[in-house]
Structures are given as C-alpha cells and as structure tokens.
Design a binder for this molecule. Structure first.
Ligand SMILES: Cc1cc2nc3c(=O)[nH]c(=O)nc-3n(C[C@H](O)[C@H](O)[C@H](O)COP(=O)(O)OP(=O)(O)OC[C@H]3O[C@@H](n4cnc5c(N)ncnc54)[C@H](O)[C@@H]3O)c2cc1C
Length: 505
C-alpha cells in the first residue's frame, strides 16, 4: 500500500507536553499537505511534567527543519545558548574535580588530536597534561560566559544546544502546530476503546466525547496510557544500572551575567542541575529514593543553593527510568516519557523524541505501516535508548566519591552493559579508542571525542610513573600553543548576554 494512502489517515496524539507538540509539528510538516488529519488531546487538569529545559544540538536541527528562526522562538521561550555541560565533584582524583563535555566545533579538529595523544600517553603512565578542558573551545567559552555563535568573520561551524522554559516552548509549538492545521482538544481521556483485533479504535473523554482515529500517538508522559496501560507493551527498567528515580526542583534568580553551560554538581545521593534561562536559573536535584528521603533531598538542594531559609516552593517528581520493549505497536506509537526515559544527566530526552518522530516519518514514507518497517524501527529506537544509557552509566561507574553508600554502590556496580565494558577495556589496555571503536564496530550515540572527554575528565588514568620510551611524547604537545590557539578562537565570540540581545534587535 502506498505511504500516501496512510498519510491521509486520522492521527490522534494523546498529550500536549513538549513531546506531543514536537510530534504534532513534525507530522503536520511532513504529511499536512498530503491530507493527514491530525488532532492533539491534552488535559489541562493533568498538566505537563514541567521540566526538561536543556537540549542537545538536535533541537536546533528540529527548529531549522521547521524553518523557525531563533529570533522568533528563543526570546518567547526565555531561551539561552548552551555550549555543553560541566560535571563538578563527580571525581575526587586530584586535578579532576570538574570537567566540561562540549558540543563539538570544527575548531576542535585542530586540538583533539593533541588531546588524544596526551590522553594516550597518560594512559600509559606518562606525566603529561591530559585533562580535556584546555583543549576545547566550548570549555573556554563556557568559562567566560560566552555564547556559541561566532562573529561573522569566523569561518568554523560550532554546534550548540539551548536552555529554555519548557512551558513556554510547549505554548510556542502549540501555536505553530495549530496555525498549520493541527486540531487541539482540551479534554481528559477517561477510557480507550479497542477494536476486536486489539487495535486502538477511539478515545473517550470524561465529558463523553468519542474521538476516533486510524493511528494514535501516545505522548501521555509517564502515565503511558495507550502504549503501556492499553496495549500492555512491557517496560524494561534500567534500574539495575541507573539508581535515580526522583527529583526535586527549585528556581533561583538569574545572575547579571548569564551562563552558557549546564552545570551538573554531584551531591550526596545524586546530582544537581543548574540551567540558566534569561529570567531565572532552573535547579533540580536528581536522586535515588532508596538512599535518601524526599525531605532530605530538598534540604540538601536548598543548602546547596543557599535557600535553606527561603520560602520558594520546591516541586517533587518521580521518574521511571527505562524504555518500552516496542515504541510502535499495532496502530500506536509512543513518543516522549511514555516510551521511556533515561535520567536527564546529558539532557538527551528531547533528542530521543526528535529521533523517534523523524525515524517514524521516514519509515512510513518508505514502507507504509507494514510490519517490515515497524520491526526495524523498534530495533533502531531500542538501540538508541541503550546507546545513551551506556554513556550515562559510564558517569556513575567512573565516580570516585566514597562519602555515601549511594556513590560507593554506583562505583562498585557490576551491571555494566557490554558495549560500555568494551570501551572501558580499550581505554584501560592503552589501545587507540577511536580506531578500536570503529574496528570493533562499537556503535555509540557519542563520538570518540565525547568518550575521551568523559574518561579523561574523570581522571581515569593509572598513576604516573617512569615509562620506558616516554621521551617520544616529550614536547609533542605544546600546551602553551594549545592555550593560545583556543584563546584566539574564543576572541571571535561575544558574551551570552550580548548574543541574546542581538536576537532581540
Ligand atoms: C527531572 C527531569 C528532568 C528532565 N530534564 C530534561 C532535560 O534537561 N532535557 C531533556 O531533553 N529532557 C529532560 N527531561 C525529560 C523531559 O521533561 C520530557 O522528555 C519532555 O518534557 C517531554 O515530556 P512528555 O511530553 O513526554 O510528557 P509530559 O510533559 O508529562 O506531558 C504529558 C501530556 O499528556 C497529557 N495527558 C496525560 N494523560 C492524559 C489523559 N488521560 N487525557 C488527556 N491528556 C493526558 C498531559 O496533560 C500532558 O499534556 C527531564 C525529565 C525529568 C523528569
């Protein structure tokens, strides 16, 4: 059957969080002109999860695909630019108390070989500078509160993400989708009707309206009303690798100089994020409830932020970490928290949302709604969840804190996914990480550069010692030259404040 025929179906999206509205925009953009009839139902009474305020560069691609300019959406959503993420206090190894994970830039091509060389030498025990930060432009920009958009005469591409107010992005995307023809229904779904063959036939709202559809998209958040509750697709928990299941959230006032990075600081039973928006700083503490009560977590976050005596209200959330076994089952697709969630340490959830919806569109355009396309799609999305999980788990395995059981048990966790074990083995045995990842066909969402940053950033090196043949590394990398190169490149970037002002001009 032709894809066009399917595109003319009635598609019903349940849920108007960020996932629902990203999906609505992507579907109307792809299939609106082909006659698809798309509606989105959401319950204002249930509301959205209200977090998820940091992105990867994938969100820029999404806005670019829809032809939406930064000058239009960023000021409306209190958005700022993001160069990457700093990890603070995760490692106790001297000299490695913090490190920065940058989004890449073409400039990094000039310095990363030097970094790899020093990291390689240091893995053999040679005493050279092998912390990532001095090698990367993004780290320098973040340190100086500079934004990632170069002045016009700087000819190199720089990737970046954003920070934004999740509610405002939802409102903005709703406006865009409805202007293009997506029907918006504000109602709570009380029941789901299935046809005799098990497909979803219609949704029944609590005011008695039946909404029929040919295809349904479950964007109902952690409730997973269609995929998990109705179709009973099993959920595969990642709790054996990732202990965190709770978060507490608190805003603080923005500082005069707006930051251009997310900061992730390890606390006693998890980690705290700091996300700078234009009007406020979003803060949250992600922790494991089996190690720490909600009250203790809130107290610790307040202490960390200097808000112990403040009456600013905190919001508590529960998280379900893992993924469904199938993201597309029968006539239903799950996108967003309903399909799964890997805790927010690298802000990957919206990345997975975008990848899921665009892969789905591409699959249907290619194969229609046949099983053949669906099985391949489910395999790919499962794989992408697991690749992200591996990288997140690496943070916990690498930690060297021993102040609480939480950190000790994380560091000693033997549930290490196979792909991660392979990567750690390559690193420890002093092999070339980039080459070996390619040779052993270790597929990862994260590049060899990201893996180098993580492993080197935690100081995962043997003790330095007298190494035979060490002289071959002497003078190979001149750190003063690297510093000067990065400094000169950084001169082409204005402060985050200035870059945001230019958007409003
Ligand atoms: C603590 C935390 C931090 C996070 N940080 C990040 C981050 O930095 N970066 C990132 O990319 N992601 C992050 N995420 C994930 C991110 O918040 C979500 O991926 C994103 O907000 C999308 O959520 P959603 O739309 O799937 O669900 P939700 O926002 O929960 O939306 C669910 C929608 O379904 C509707 N609904 C549910 N049931 C019904 C019903 N019966 N009838 C009608 N409507 C219904 C609700 O009203 C709502 O509109 C974080 C998540 C958590 C928990």
């Amino acid at each position: 059957m032709s894809a066009d025929k399917h595109n003319k179906q009635r598609i019903v999206i349940l849920g108007g969080g960020t996932a629902g509205w990203i999906t609505a925009n992507a579907l109307i953009d792809a299939w609106g002109e082909k006659g698809a009839d798309i509606s989105l139902i959401e319950s204002p009474a249930i509301g959205t999860v209200g977090v998820g305020e940091g992105s990867t560069p994938r969100l820029k691609i999404f806005f670019d695909e829809l032809g939406i300019e930064e000058a239009e959406w960023m000021p409306r959503c209190n958005a700022t630019y993001k160069n990457g993420i700093s990890f603070v206090d995760w490692s106790t190894r001297p000299g490695f108390g913090r490190y920065f994970h940058p989004f890449t830039s073409q400039v990094d091509q000039h310095t990363k070989t030097a970094f790899y060389l020093n990291a390689y030498a240091r893995r053999l025990g040679v005493d050279v500078h092998a912390h990532p930060d001095r090698f990367f432009l993004g780290a320098r920009l973040s340190e100086n509160h500079q934004g990632p958009k170069p002045d016009e005469n700087f000819p190199f591409l720089v990737e970046y993400g954003y920070h934004f107010d999740a509610h405002l992005v939802g409102e903005f995307l709703q406006e865009k989708a409805t202007a293009r023809g997506v029907k918006h229904v504000a109602a709570q779904v009380a029941d789901v009707n299935q046809s005799p063959d098990g497909d979803i036939a219609s949704l029944l709202t609590d005011d008695g309206v039946t909404i029929e559809g040919d295809f349904f998209v479950d964007c109902s958040g952690f409730r997973a009303t269609l995929m998990q509750k109705t179709l009973q697709v099993p959920f595969r928990s990642f709790a054996e690798n990732l202990f965190n299941d709770s978060a507490v959230v608190l805003p603080t006032e923005q500082r005069s100089e707006i930051g251009s990075q997310t900061v992730s600081t390890a606390l006693k039973h998890g980690w705290a994020w700091e996300i700078p928006l234009t009007q406020r700083i979003g803060n949250g503490y992600v922790y494991a409830s089996s190690f720490c009560s909600d009250f203790d977590a809130e107290t610790e976050l307040r202490t960390h932020l200097g808000l112990l005596d403040s009456d600013v209200e905190a919001r508590h959330l529960k998280m379900k970490v893992g993924r469904v076994e199938k993201h597309w089952e029968r006539n239903c697709l799950a996108i967003g928290l309903s399909q799964g969630f890997i805790e927010p340490l690298e802000a990957t959830a919206l990345n997975l949302v975008c990848n899921t919806v665009y892969d789905f569109i591409e699959t249907v355009d290619r194969t229609g709604f046949a099983d053949e396309g669906r099985n391949g799609f489910n395999d790919r999305i499962n794989e992408s969840f697991e690749k992200v999980r591996d990288y997140i788990v690496a943070h916990y395995i690498m930690n060297t804190r021993d102040d609480t059981d939480y950190w000790r048990q994380n560091g000693a966790n033997t549930n290490v996914p196979d792909r991660l074990q392979q990567i750690l083995q390559i690193w420890k045995s002093g092999q070339n990480l980039s080459q070996e990842m390619e040779k052993q066909q270790i597929q990862s969402t994260y590049t060899a550069m990201s893996w180098h940053c993580l492993l080197a950033g935690y100081g995962f090196y043997p003790e330095t010692r007298d190494v035979q043949g060490a002289e071959q590394f002497a003078g190979k990398v001149d750190m003063a030259e690297i510093d000067e190169f990065v400094r000169r490149c950084a001169m082409n970037f204005r402060s985050q404040n200035e870059q945001l002002q230019m958007l409003r001009a």
